[in-house]
Design a protein around this ligand. Structure first.
Ligand SMILES: Cc1cc2nc3c(=O)[nH]c(=O)nc-3n(C[C@H](O)[C@H](O)[C@H](O)COP(=O)(O)OP(=O)(O)OC[C@H]3O[C@@H](n4cnc5c(N)ncnc54)[C@H](O)[C@@H]3O)c2cc1C
Length: 326
């Protein structure tokens, strides 16, 4: 790994001052579980002069519930989300998603903010510089997306525009189903945006001088059934091949409202609006769940090696919906 300066900061103000002083030559570090790997493999064209450690800022850590819902500080570690009794109850799908991330070591160090801001896992993008030179690509601003003609078994089956890498964050999928909002601070202010506006094809939309500070989740209806299902190759530790998060509100056997979100099939969390529409106002049973599963993948355009993701997506959507009847 190349050397860099390391600054502990104790307030957002201090972090903003350093970000300004270093211009684009500094990076924020939280748990470091993603960032340090990218630096070790030297995957990007630019290398930071300094890391600004925000874990030392006291106010950005913690889980609180009030009448409006849940507030989670961006520096809250994934292990604390898994263990929180508040989250286990009303926000259970977030616990499932957090518990499925990485290994106990990753969950001990990794923060929820870092998970949402982590870099993509595309193997062309992540190719180590030490192994014959890094691979330039559309995402790095030079060259094509190599997944289009190359080995694309883990890439997007929908929504790819120039880059076919998928959003790697399981937490983003869960938070999209829970209709979360994100607070983003910059020097002198803050903006709050729905998580659906946080991602675009080439990753998150944070500017270099912005810091994700908080996640807010509205109270789900009392009777909302939630599910987070993840298909991965290695059960012990692996990123999603496909994941599905759903929140379904039933009344008198009829589906009143629903949010169904697909993970690892598109560059961003993908809200399956056609699937939601197909079951809203209907009885939920094997037939309507099957129809919703078909609708969820109706716009899929797989690449040469990843059509198998369509079948997995359909199966997970159907299972998630039927689990809400239990
Ligand atoms: C072996 C392994 C397995 C994994 N498996 C999974 C998995 O199954 N599912 C999954 O979702 N993830 C998985 N991950 C990714 C893991 O969840 C992330 O590495 C972790 O959550 C990142 O959190 P961190 O605090 O360590 O972030 P860091 O590594 O510190 O930061 C990651 C990025 O986010 C930026 N950043 C961090 N915090 C903020 C903030 N508050 N505001 C603005 N920018 C910020 C940093 O600048 C950096 O660019 C895995 C990682 C590894 C190494």
């Amino acid at each position: 790994m190349r050397s860099f300066k390391h600054h502990n900061v104790y307030s957002l103000e201090e972090a903003f001052t350093l970000l300004r002083d270093y211009k684009s030559r500094a990076r924020l570090i939280a748990g470091g579980t993603d960032l340090l790997g990218t630096l070790k493999n030297d995957i990007r064209l630019e290398y930071p002069e300094a890391l600004i450690n925000i874990k030392t800022i006291p106010d950005l850590n913690g889980i609180k519930e009030d009448n409006e819902g849940l507030k989670i500080g961006a520096l809250t570690r994934l292990i604390h989300i898994v263990r929180s009794s508040v989250i286990e109850g009303k926000y259970g799908l977030l616990k499932e998603a957090a518990g499925s991330v990485g290994t106990p070591e990753i969950r001990n160090m990794g923060t929820i903010g870092g998970n949402l801001c982590q870099d993509t896992r595309c193997w062309y993008y992540r190719y180590p510089n030490q192994m014959g030179g890094r691979i330039l690509c559309f995402r790095k601003g030079e060259g094509p997306c190599h997944a289009i003609k190359g080995d694309n078994r883990y890439h997007a089956i929908m929504g790819g525009k120039g880059c076919y890498a998928v959003c790697p964050s399981d937490i983003a999928i869960a938070l999209t189903a829970l209709d979360a909002e994100l607070s983003v601070a910059h020097k002198g202010g803050e903006r709050v945006l729905p998580i659906t506006d946080f991602y675009q094809t080439l990753g998150h939309i944070l500017k270099p001088d912005e810091i994700l500070t908080k996640i807010r989740i509205p109270q789900p209806p009392d009777n909302a059934a939630q599910a987070f299902l993840k298909y991965r190759l290695r059960e012990s530790v692996d990123f999603s091949i496909v994941s599905v998060a759903s929140v379904i509100t039933m009344k008198d056997g009829i589906c009143k409202d629903t949010r169904i979100v697909l993970g690892a099939v598109a560059p961003t969390p993908f809200r399956a609006l056609a699937a939601e529409e197909s079951i809203r106002g209907k009885t939920l049973d094997a037939t309507t769940a099957e129809a919703a599963a078909e609708a969820a993948v109706s716009i899929a355009k797989p690449l040469s090696m990843n059509a198998y993701k369509i079948e997995i997506t359909k199966t997970l959507v159907k299972r998630a919906l039927l689990s809400s009847l239990a």
